[in-house]
Design a protein. Structure first.
Length: 365
């Protein structure tokens, strides 16, 4: 160790087999098969460190060690070019080319497994999968709801025309599949308007639907239960997204809402990618087909994609949506940067600025 301190400069050559600490003449000071705490403790004793590996530089930076990268250093370059022969002659870690290939393969597999493990545990990926799961459940509700309407219309067509909400219809069918058993008390459970309740009760008495057997009505209940359970699971997943987004990306959640924020994270492949992109890309997420059509001269460029789901944009007059979408996209990128790189919560301030802009745009029309 004293030898290294006297020399003042050390070199680091890294390979999948091992990491070498060298003196400025290329002599081996230490061989590490893993870049563990002992490796970084060793490096802390030196100030002038040079490496040809950007990976080593990043690992060192995390430990507040700051080597410089020099790909043209003649000693490191020579080792890099003749790595196989150098390792055999100087390290004793490999015996022949077959052993070298086996160890390279093992190292590559371990590295791949570790990257898969890290990727799978990322909150971004979990959020993305849950968003897709919510969409899948909504598709199930829509498809099963359409089938339930067609089936129940055979028995009570008037109610299928009156109740547009698939979940509400499913709950009515589950409670009272036979139209003759529908009562005011049953319908009041679903917060229906008084006029609609009176219409349904009147229609039930003189319905043109067929009188079906109990077994046939039971089949319809199965469809209704599927819709209800799918909706319950969808609501649970949405609640999970609300809770997790509040912790993981509080600034983004304050600006866009948890659901839209999670969808943007999913579309961009991670919160960090939102922070590194430009606002114009955020603005058109979900409207790529319309954008490409406009680029081919078919229609006008889209003003928004999934940002339309933000109430301030979706409920605004058509002619100010473009300006609002641009402003929200800008604030979303800023919010993501605060979540990734800052410690301060600025979400409420950003949201207040957007609200002020919305009121100004509405007042100016």
């Amino acid at each position: 160790m004293n030898r290294a301190v006297v020399m003042g400069q050390i070199l680091i050559s890294s390979s999948p087999i091992c990491t070498l600490i060298l003196d400025d003449n290329g002599g081996i000071i230490q061989i590490y098969q893993e870049t563990d705490n002992n490796f970084f403790t060793h490096l802390n004793k030196f100030k002038d460190i040079t490496t040809d590996s950007s990976t080593i530089k990043e690992l060192c930076n995390e430990k507040n060690i700051f080597p410089k990268v020099d790909l043209l250093n003649p000693i490191l370059k020579q080792i890099r070019i003749n790595r196989f022969s150098y390792l055999i002659e100087n390290t004793g870690l490999i015996s022949d080319s077959k052993d070298y290939k086996n160890k390279l393969r093992k190292s590559a597999l371990n590295s791949t497994f570790e990257k898969i493990k890290q990727h799978s545990s990322k909150k971004d990926e979990i959020l993305s999968q849950v968003v897709h799961g919510i969409d899948d459940l909504q598709k199930t509700i829509n498809l099963t709801g359409s089938r339930l309407k067609e089936l129940y219309a055979l028995h009570f067509p008037e109610i299928t025309d009156t109740i547009s909400n698939q979940v509400t219809l499913a709950k009515i069918v589950t409670k009272t599949p036979n139209r003759n058993n529908i009562s005011t008390q049953h319908l009041q459970q679903f917060s229906l308007p008084k006029e609609k309740i009176e219409f349904i009760l009147s229609a039930a008495e003189k319905s043109i639907g067929g009188d079906l057997a109990e077994n046939d009505l039971t089949v319809m209940s199965y469809y209704a239960e599927t819709i209800i359970h799918s909706n319950e699971n969808k609501l649970k997943l949405e609640k999970w997204i609300d809770d997790e987004m509040e912790k993981y990306a509080p600034n983004l959640t304050a600006v866009s809402g948890a659901n839209v924020g999670a969808r943007i994270i999913s579309a961009m492949g991670g919160l960090i990618n939102i922070a590194k992109t430009h606002a114009s890309k955020i603005q058109i997420i979900g409207a790529e087909k319309a954008l490409y059509s406009a680029m081919r001269g078919r229609g006008t460029p889209p003003k928004h994609g999934i940002l339309f789901q933000i109430p301030e944009i979706g409920n605004s007059p058509h002619h100010i949506r473009g300006k609002l979408s641009r402003a929200f996209a800008n604030s979303i990128v800023i919010a993501a940067r605060f979540d990734c790189f800052g410690d301060n919560f600025k979400g409420d301030e950003l949201r207040a600025e957007l609200k002020e802009l919305e009121l100004r745009l509405r007042g100016g029309n």
